[in-house]
Design a protein around this ligand. Structure first.
Ligand SMILES: [Zn+2]
Length: 845
């Protein structure tokens, strides 16, 4: 890619005085951005987007300027270089785009209210005030904000407020920081505050539509996370406060603005009395992620967006490191194994996937970088490998040095590797760059050839892939000492297998712990040896056996038909990680059967057999004696029993519904979604549908709302499906931020799929207008590709999306998802008969 010119090369700001006046009634923003900096050229460039510029002065004198819409900025003729103060006066509209400065809507006791908040990452600060909107352009900021203020309203920003004069709120000067991390918000808010051991003020803020105790969990996790990071990083939290703010409308999950982190309500607020453990863990890891960024991302920032992974991969690893330290009983790394690891392994197996480190210039392409499976999950796995290599002492020492060297400044990936290399005495960069710069990952084939135990690495693909002979430096983590620590050649021979096996006394394995980013294909003899001793393996290792078999089957290296007979031997395992891997395979089998066929009936019988014992053991009602595994496993097995049409399970769920019909929100959150969806599917009426929809509109509990959405989207009634599609575009019912879950639920429902797919195609323009500026827009394509598996849908998908392939930001996603569906369709066509025969065989046993 040609290097386009960054505005920072023309003008290097040191300080901003930003004044913004926001009028909610007229939906207008007006302001002046006064920027002092060093002009490197006589014509400088400053970003702005969607603004009307009324004047530009340099050192107090009007100067000529030209607007450049394509570059999202203006060029200002200074006629000189060197230290200059530029003042730009402007107006801009306040729009409902969830980007820049925007309103969030909510109801309080029947009254419609709003909070104004901000979302600037990646390139939307330029919609709020003219600035050099590039991460490298760090400066200090004095923010002054006026708005149509009502009594009792609160305003928050990165720094504490220092004074109010004539209705203008003035905030303390920030530290040197990037524009995309500036934030402010105002409205009628409630709060809970506390202090860390070191004196940092920590607060949680939300609308008054929530119960006060919904803020407690977040406050506790935020406080303890900051205390953990101050110790782990050996670097004090750099600001006086750390505010966490829940916004009713929010496009991403959360945003790490320095000192004022913003969240989707679902990822900050929860009912302490009735929230499922996995949701609590989710909220805790999101908070820990954003707070990890306060140092990694905010104090030290990537120089350019190509190193986005430095921010995100790191925060994604640290969220687990932190939560594991402050809530050790949760075994949170198990969640990493059931969410991040499979997500990364699946996506990274499709040819055409981005590497973790990507060259990028166009703003639309920058947003498309935020591929959660790659920049977050794969990047985190990469750093987990690095952490395992260097150890925690060197990691902490290296980080401390990294923060000292680059604080209030920027860094590149090489700077991190250098710091970790220095601290550990290892060439970390040369190992890690093979993972960072190359897309994809290897499958290591382990085989006994002529009596010799041999390993070979090749790139693993699901679907067609172009083998370019890529090689990785693979931390092998074998249980046999004969295996090298780092496997970097194409093949390696470990020695005489019979002797090695004899000496070790256990089956040969690599990637013990499942922390390196590769999968293993054992030959039949080695795999049989492992399976014969599978009961001796810990839960993660059992998960790994299932995970690798599933991927090998997706990649056509083995057949799903050979995996089916193995499932039963894992079915009674109490560990959640094993159940997660088991049901991931079982659920994949659903795509091989036609609705209402004999094959579907057989598969349902298989699900019944797999789940029966655990359903009997765990039941529908959480017990005080439940372990974490019990709590987390229960939904997997009950869901399986319901798919199996198990009459007892259907009746049990119905009985729970009936007993709680007047207060459905208080149904145990662990099983609530299953109870509600069961009721809609088997006992559904128009009245029930309307009642659940009304509950959705009035409830403020995000996890109850998610359950209600999942329930109503599972209706099989034609008239109700039509009603469902109608509410997609009714923002008073379904907020645009939540629409994707509704779309996914409806599309995955066989009875409603046609309606959902027609809606997407007919109203694509509406969707683009509504959430197109949002970095989650492309995931509507991903969600569609996750469901489709027939040749007919594949043809329709191509017919609709191929003409859009050159849309900036969509190109990679359309190409990848076309491959994803295509490979799935041919897998199913080729193996359908064999897989269904294997299922039939398994239920005979
Ligand atoms: Zn992040």
């Amino acid at each position: 890619m040609t290097e386009s010119k960054h505005f920072y090369q023309t003008f290097q700001p040191t300080h901003y005085n930003v004044y913004i006046d926001i009028n909610r009634a007229t939906k207008q923003i007006s302001g002046t951005s006064t920027i002092t900096g060093d002009a490197k050229e006589p014509t400088i460039s400053v970003h702005e987007k969607y603004m009307t510029i009324s004047s530009v002065t340099a050192d107090g004198t009007d100067v000529p300027f030209t607007l450049d819409e394509a570059a999202e900025g203006l060029h200002i003729d200074l006629g000189k270089t060197g230290e200059t103060t530029v003042a730009i006066t402007y107006t801009a509209p306040l729009t409902d785009s969830m980007m820049g400065i925007y309103p969030s809507y909510y109801d309080l006791n029947g009254e419609k209210k709003q909070i104004i908040g901000t979302q600037f990452e990646t390139t939307a600060a330029r919609q709020a005030f003219p600035c050099v909107d590039e991460p490298e352009a760090k400066a200090t900021f004095d923010l002054a904000i006026k708005f149509d203020e009502q009594p009792g309203e609160t305003i928050l920003s990165n720094m504490p407020e220092v004074k109010t004069e004539n209705g203008v709120h003035y905030f303390d000067t920030t530290k040197k920081m990037s524009s995309y991390l500036i934030a402010f918000a105002f409205g009628d808010l409630q709060k809970k505050v506390t202090k860390t051991k070191s004196g940092v003020e920590v607060g949680v803020f939300a609308t008054k539509a929530h119960q006060a105790n919904e803020l407690d969990f977040a406050l506790d996790i935020a406080k303890r996370s900051i205390e953990f990071y101050e110790d782990f990083y050996q670097t004090p939290y750099p600001l006086p406060h750390s505010w966490q703010l829940a916004l009713p409308d929010f496009s991403a999950g959360a945003m790490e603005n320095w000192g004022l982190v913003t969240y989707r309500e679902a990822y900050l607020l929860l009912d302490p009395a009735n929230t499922a453990l996995d949701m609590k863990q989710r909220v805790a890891t999101v908070i820990a992620h954003e707070l990890a960024h306060q140092w990694f991302g905010d104090l030290v920032t990537m120089k350019w967006w190509d190193d986005l992974w430095l921010n995100e991969s790191f925060a994604n690893m640290m969220e687990y490191v932190a939560i594991d330290a402050i809530e050790p009983d949760w075994h949170i790394w198990e969640t990493f194994q059931t969410s991040d690891a499979p997500m990364a392994l699946q996506r990274d197996a499709t040819d055409g996937v981005q590497s973790v480190h990507v060259q990028v210039e166009d703003p639309a392409e920058i947003d498309a970088l935020f591929d959660s499976a790659i920049v977050y999950a794969k990047g985190a796995r990469m750093l987990v490998m690095a952490r395992a290599l260097v150890g925690d002492d060197a990691l902490r020492k290296g980080l401390k040095a990294y923060f000292e060297a680059h604080q209030y400044n920027n860094a590149k990936g090489a700077d991190l590797w250098a710091a970790l290399g220095e601290a550990s005495g290892m060439d970390v960069g040369s190992i890690m760059n093979t993972w960072l710069e190359q897309p994809g990952y290897p499958v290591v084939t382990a085989a006994v050839e002529n009596g010799q135990l041999t390993l070979k690495q090749t790139q693993f693909f699901v679907g067609e892939g172009q083998d370019e002979g890529r090689q990785w430096k693979i931390p092998l983590n074998s249980n046999y000492a004969a295996a090298p620590a780092i496997f970097e050649d194409q093949t390696v021979t470990l020695g005489n297998y019979a002797e090695l096996r004899q000496a070790a006394g256990e089956p040969f394995r690599v990637n013990v712990g499942n922390n390196s980013h590769f999968i293993v294909k054992y030959d039949d003899a080695l795999l049989t040896d492992i399976l014969d001793h599978v009961a001796d393996l810990d839960a993660i290792s059992q998960l790994q056996v299932l995970q690798d078999l599933r991927l090998l089957a997706d990649g056509r290296q083995i057949s799903y038909a050979t995996v089916v007979p193995l499932l039963a031997r894992f079915a009674d395992n109490p560990a959640t990680v094993v159940n997660a891997a088991l049901y991931r395979i079982a659920n994949n089998l659903k795509k091989f059967v036609t609705p209402d066929s004999a094959e579907e009936k057989a598969l349902q019988t298989l699900f019944d057999r797999l789940s029966a014992q655990q359903v009997a053991r765990l039941g529908w009602t959480p017990q005080a004696t439940d372990t974490n595994d019990d709590q987390l496993t229960r939904p997997y097995v009950l869901n399986a029993a319901l798919y199996a049409q198990n009459a007892q399970a259907i009746q049990d769920a119905h009985a729970l519904f009936t007993a709680n019909a007047d207060h459905l929100g208080t149904l145990s959150a662990d099983v609530r979604v299953l109870v509600l969806a069961n009721e809609v599917k088997h006992f559904g009426t128009a009245e029930l549908f309307d009642h659940l929809l009304a509950e959705y509109r009035t409830s403020t509990d995000p996890s109850y709302k998610a359950d209600l959405a999942a329930a109503v989207t599972s209706t099989t009634d034609k008239a109700l499906i039509a009603k469902l599609i109608e509410v997609f575009e009714d923002a008073d019912t379904v907020k645009p931020q939540d629409l994707r879950a509704w779309y996914r639920g409806t599309l995955a429902n066989n009875a409603a799929q046609q309606a959902a797919w027609d809606w997407l195609r007919n109203d694509w323009q509406w969707l683009e207008d509504t959430v197109g500026g949002d970095m989650e827009f492309t995931t509507y394509i991903t969600v569609t590709a996750g469901v489709f598996h027939t040749p007919e849908r594949f043809a329709e998908f191509k017919a609709f999306f191929e003409p859009k392939i050159n849309t900036p930001g969509l190109t990679r996603e359309i190409k990848m998802d076309t491959k994803v569906i295509g490979s799935r369709v041919s897998l199913i066509e080729d193996e359908k008969a064999a897989v269904n025969a294997a299922v039939a065989q398994a239920i005979q046993a």
